[in-house]
Design a protein around this ligand. Structure first.
Ligand code: 2IO
Length: 418
């Protein structure tokens, strides 16, 4: 039997480092419980992997955490045929050769149009000057929506994301989030209605068109799915990019290897997702009979999977706290099994945008490397990180040799795993 160890998760996040919190979770003789939040926190790789794949742990918590700001259920709340067919609809719009071509042109355009403004200065904040605008614009364009009002959309997105990811929402914050949600839904609804009436080449039309006439989504359902994609694609994008460059630039030799051999970017991004998971928590509800080895849950228990912790569990990874892009190669040569990182989740609700996001981050990283020569961390660069549900730098200042924009020098592969 495991003992229950009471812990104040929030005090831990503000007064200590995440690895210090993680280390409590790796003790497989106990299980962490936060009495204030009335939630279990599990961080062992094997446990997290089990919970995410087990039908005894459901996505019910999203009914309170997401639905109020989404207006309707998100993809992760669905199951059975409905889940299968909507997932397929989203996936079909995000993958395939033609879509990759279309999206890569658009991602290149957006990336270069923002980078262009900073190239002559030789300095950029990858979060505040690049990432925020980049994330929102790419997602809007993927959905087939206009980008003119990207600043307002970013504000609304921020309010909604705060509702979904907060562990202690104040009344004022709750009001602000609900207001952001109302405004974003008001803005999106006519645009989405137009796509229902006049289908085009967009992801929204692909999703709406993917279900047979007798099972058409209501406008509110389609709006919620669009909001779901907007949130899930925007929130982790700038965070992942910033972590990637921080990890690479901290090891100049490794950075040079990647500059010279861009095929290494895929492992570098995967190692970034493992070491610094932009989504740290995934909530589940225990149902009747839900167990983990040595632990019986009661039905209705709230369980947070600490995917960021699991991804650094020393029983799943050698030298778990080292950034090593050669893990896969090394373990293959030793005939060892490699634990896939859980940054995209696992099981039936594993991230539907995983392949697309890999393509997106890889392409953008390639463009940054093309345009910014002699890239380095600014000498006074702060590595302050914010958030525990989703986590990222509040700022990341980079320096490079000043230049002006020359057109995309080389065409980069758009295959997610190329
Ligand atoms: C949007 C935390 C940004 C998802 C969520 C309500 C559902 C789901 C996730 C990720 C990332 C978000 N949950 N994506 O954890 O779609």
């Amino acid at each position: 039997m495991r003992t229950i160890k009471q812990i104040d998760i929030r005090s831990f996040i503000t007064t200590s480092t995440l690895p210090a919190l993680y280390s409590h979770a790796y003790d497989a003789t106990q299980i962490l419980y936060d009495p204030e939040l009335k939630a279990y926190f599990i961080g062992c790789y094997a446990d997290v992997n089990d919970v995410l794949r087990s039908p005894s742990f459901t996505t019910t918590p999203l009914g309170q955490r997401a639905q109020p700001v989404m207006g309707e259920r998100v993809l992760a709340q669905m199951d059975g045929f409905e889940h299968h067919s909507k997932r397929k609809g989203v996936l079909s719009g995000l993958t395939g050769h033609l879509f990759r071509e279309k999206y890569s042109t658009m991602i290149t355009e957006i990336t270069e149009s923002i980078l262009k403004r900073f190239l002559p200065a030789g300095e950029i904040d990858l979060i505040s000057e690049f990432g925020k605008e980049y994330g929102v614009k790419v997602t809007l364009r993927v959905l087939g929506l206009p980008t003119e009002r990207h600043e307002e959309v970013a504000t609304w997105h921020h309010g909604i994301a705060n509702f979904i990811t907060s562990l202690d929402l104040t009344d004022t914050e709750r009001k602000f989030s609900l207001d952001c949600s109302k405004r974003l839904i008001q803005y999106l609804t006519p645009l989405i209605e137009h796509k229902i009436q006049h289908p085009d080449e967009s992801l929204i039309s692909a999703i709406y068109g993917s279900t047979p006439p007798e099972q058409k989504m209501t406008t509110a359902e389609l709006v919620a799915l669009v909001l779901n994609i907007l949130l899930a694609a925007t929130e982790p994008a700038d965070k992942t990019l910033a972590y990637l460059f921080k990890h690479l630039l901290e090891q100049p030799e490794l950075f040079q290897r990647v500059v010279n051999d861009r095929s290494l970017l895929t492992s570098a991004i995967n190692e970034t997702l493992r070491m610094s998971s932009p989504v740290q928590l995934i909530p589940r509800q225990a149902e009747q009979g839900a167990t983990l080895p040595g632990m019986k849950f009661s039905s209705g228990d709230l369980v947070f999977c600490m995917v960021g912790a699991a991804n650094r569990d020393p029983s799943a990874y050698h030298a778990a706290s080292e950034f090593r892009i050669d893990r896969r190669v090394e373990s293959h040569s030793k005939h060892e099994k490699i634990s896939p990182h859980l940054a995209f989740g696992a099981g039936p609700h594993v991230c539907v945008g995983a392949a697309f996001s890999m393509m997106q981050i890889k392409l953008t990283a390639n463009l940054i490397l093309d345009h910014m020569k002699d890239l380095r961390l600014a000498p006074d660069c702060s590595f302050h990180e914010d958030g525990f549900y989703t986590r990222g730098f509040s700022t990341l200042r980079l320096q490079f040799s000043p230049s002006t924009l020359t057109l995309t020098p080389s065409k980069h592969p758009t295959d997610a795993y190329a």
